[in-house]
Design a protein around this ligand. Structure first.
Ligand code: GLP
Length: 263
């Protein structure tokens, strides 16, 4: 069982997801958060930055771990997830630098880096909440189809499909990386709460496959069905194949979020 929150559009999805994250931090000021990158979270980060500036949320005691990072590019490369996070979130909120974590994109020893990252998450007491987007092929983090469910943080080979899509994040002269470090499926599933969000029609098929079909390693996101505390926030376009479409009331507060019947 999981909660499914249906929103009218991307902006509303972003605001509701941001409130969900803020609620976590208000409940536990020392929250440990797992954070994603990609197009989908940009609106969430914008909303979180605004809420932080307005004094609604204080990130000074929060610890964050990013889900993944490319391998083989400089952290300051314009397309690294490190740069993405600085641009969209880190540089605009009152997170403490020493509580921000992301896998190294140029580790001396890749295996050592994966173990270090996983151990750091454990030392912080594990993730209270992990926020996740979904790739078109169902990947979560960079756990591509077929990734075993027992995986911890590891080096992964990006699929041709993912590389093609990720290529859009890279400028013409930059070659998009072939490998990355990602939290594993087990790392993700160990988080106490999971928030999955999706927006747009291009995510409709994969979202319904991930949520409505039997969980399978071929659709990594489908494992999330087995998590005891999963919330899915999707806009109408992404949800069109997953939920019946009741007349939607627009809502303004976290409390008025409604749950919808799955198809
Ligand atoms: C990348 C990230 C994922 C993200 C996915 C979808 O591959 N590693 O964490 O969920 O992209 O991104 P988008 O939101 O751009 O569709």
């Amino acid at each position: 069982m999981f909660s499914f929150v249906l929103t009218n559009n991307y902006q509303e999805m972003s605001r509701v997801a941001a409130r969900f994250i803020v609620k976590q931090v208000l409940q536990e000021e020392k929250s440990v958060l797992g954070l994603p990158t990609g197009e989908t979270p940009k609106g969430v980060y914008t909303a979180l930055v605004r809420l932080c500036r307005e004094g609604v949320v204080n990130f000074s005691k929060v610890t964050t771990f990013n889900l993944d990072e490319y391998l083989g590019i400089d952290p300051d490369h314009r397309s690294s997830f490190y740069s993405y996070m600085r641009e969209h979130f880190w540089d605009h909120v009152n997170l403490k630098r020493d509580r921000i974590h992301i896998p190294s994109s140029l580790p001396k020893d890749e295996k050592v880096e994966c173990t270090r990252y996983e151990q750091l998450i454990s030392q912080e007491g594990g993730l209270d909440l992990i926020v996740i987007g979904v790739g078109i092929n169902g990947h979560i983090g960079f756990n591509e189809p077929g990734t075993p469910w027992g995986t911890l943080t590891h080096v992964c080979q990006l699929s041709t499909e993912t590389r093609k899509r990720e290529g859009a994040r890279f400028q013409e002269n930059d070659r998009s990386p072939e490998r990355a470090i990602t939290m594993g499926i087990k790392t993700i599933m160990h988080a106490r709460k999971v928030l999955l969000f999706a927006s747009g029609r291009e995510k409709a098929d994969i979202l319904s496959e991930a949520l409505l079909n039997a969980p399978t390693p071929n659709i990594p996101a489908s494992v999330l069905q087995l998590h005891p505390c999963l919330t899915v926030i999707a806009d109408r376009a992404a949800a069109e194949k997953s939920v019946k479409k009741p007349a939607l009331k627009s809502f303004h507060t976290q409390e008025s979020i409604q749950e919808f019947e799955l198809i």
